[in-house]
Structure formats: structure tokens, C-alpha cells
Write a protein that binds this ligand. Structure first.
Ligand code: TYD
Length: 204
């Protein structure tokens, strides 16, 4: 059985990672790999309910409550979906994971990062991405791409997204082996080629 892999796609809203994850999924399938394309928050089942609250609830949500909801979704996702697939030799491509919590709730909302990391460890229980791709883009461009129909998270303001962006770059600086930053202002094809180049390091 081939070795399973866990690859995460990260970046601010509107960075284009969802287009890229689909392109990579198609590429890997065309080469005969077994893949699982999934996302956070809200992969399947219970996760979809949590996603609904996180993105659409219109009352006050405290940053710590928000953190716990993302982590609850992650624990369910890790235990019931990601780990079994990796164990079965699949390449799991995940649209957002742990680094979103550190960038958005930690750097963005100001929740204590050391505490978030400890709680996240409890949620993932040892699961760690083999490779993380951060799609970096200036906030103005990403907000233009998001447009005017914003969900609860996307309505958090320019300064929030500036902090999220810096958060991702800081994470990449701290873990350069795992986390690779890609210039997301390039063309879709150029970015896809860069993704394939970085993938070679983990796929062998
Ligand atoms: P989604 O519609 O999936 O956005 P995108 O296509 O940009 O991934 O919404 C997910 C939102 O939730 C997005 O604004 C990022 C945010 N988020 C967090 O704040 N913390 C987290 O831990 C995760 C997983 C997502």
C-alpha cells in the first residue's frame, strides 16, 4: 500500500487556494493516486452543522468560543475523516487546517497563541500535515476577489486580514520545512506548476 499523505492549503479568504486544491486533486487522480479532497470547517455530517454556525450565525460570537468551535470541527474531522484516509494510503488534500486557527483566531482575533496550540494538539491528537502551502496575497486584492457578499468571517475588516496575512508569514518562518509560501498573485497555471514542484519533495 502507498504511504498516505496529509497536505494542507492555507491563506486568507480570496487567495485562490480552492482553485488550486481542485487542480492538484485532478492532477493526482490522473496519475493514479487515490485522493481525498476535504475542508475545514465543515467536511461532512456534524462538521457541516458547525460550519453553518461559524459562518452564518448573526449574533455575537466571542473569539474564544469561535476558537473552540473550529477546534471541535477539527477534532471530528481528524478522527473520523483524515486519519482513516491517511491510514488507507490516500493523499488527503485539506482546504484549511490548524494554521487557519493560529492565523485567524491567534494573530487575527488576539487569542493566546500558546494556548491555542495546546488546545489544537488535543483536537488533532498527533495529526500533522506533511506539507502546508500558504497562498500569500495582499489584502486589497483578496478583498476584491471576495466581493461584497461576505460571510461572518469575511466581514472582519482590513486590519484583521492584515494581521492574518502576517500570521501566516510568521508561521512559515517558524516552520520552513513544513510550510511553503506561494505568491498567489501569479497566474493560475504558474501557481499550479509551483504546487507540483513543492509536492515532489513529499511525494518521492
Ligand atoms: P470558507 O468559506 O471555507 O472560506 P475559504 O474558501 O476562504 O476557505 O470559510 C472558512 C472561514 O473560516 C474563513 O474565513 C477562514 C475561517 N477559519 C478560521 O477563522 N479559523 C479556522 O480554524 C478555520 C479552519 C477557518
Amino acid at each position: 500500500m502507498p504511504k498516505g499523505l496529509f497536505i494542507t492549503f492555507e491563506g486568507a479568504d480570496g487567495c485562490g487556494k480552492t482553485t488550486q486544491i481542485k487542480l492538484l486533486d485532478e492532477y493526482l487522480r490522473s496519475k493514479g493516486y487515490k485522493t481525498l479532497l476535504t475542508r475545514e470547517p465543515g467536511a461532512k455530517g456534524l462538521g457541516e452543522r458547525v460550519r453553518e454556525i461559524l459562518l452564518n450565525y448573526d449574533g455575537e460570537v466571542s473569539p474564544r468560543c469561535e476558537s473552540f468551535l473550529f477546534l471541535a470541527d477539527r477534532a471530528q474531522h481528524a478522527d473520523c475523516i483524515i486519519k482513516p484516509a491517511v491510514k488507507n494510503g490516500m493523499i488527503v488534500l485539506c482546504d484549511r487546517h490548524t494554521d487557519s486557527t493560529i492565523a485567524y483566531q491567534g494573530y487575527g482575533r488576539g487569542v493566546n497563541i500558546a494556548e491555542l496550540k495546546a488546545l489544537n494538539e488535543m483536537a488533532v491528537n498527533g495529526l500533522k500535515p506533511d506539507l502546508t502551502l500558504v497562498f500569500d496575497i495582499d489584502v486589497e486584492t483578496s478583498m476584491e476577489r471576495v466581493g461584497t457578499e461576505k460571510d461572518r468571517m469575511e466581514s472582519s475588516g482590513i486590519e484583521f486580514f492584515e494581521r492574518v496575512r502576517l500570521g501566516y508569514l510568521e508561521i512559515a518562518k517558524q516552520e520552513p520545512e513544513r510550510v511553503k509560501v506561494i505568491d498567489a498573485t501569479r497566474s493560475v497555471e504558474e501557481i499550479h506548476n509551483k504546487v507540483l514542484e513543492l509536492l515532489k519533495n513529499v511525494i518521492g
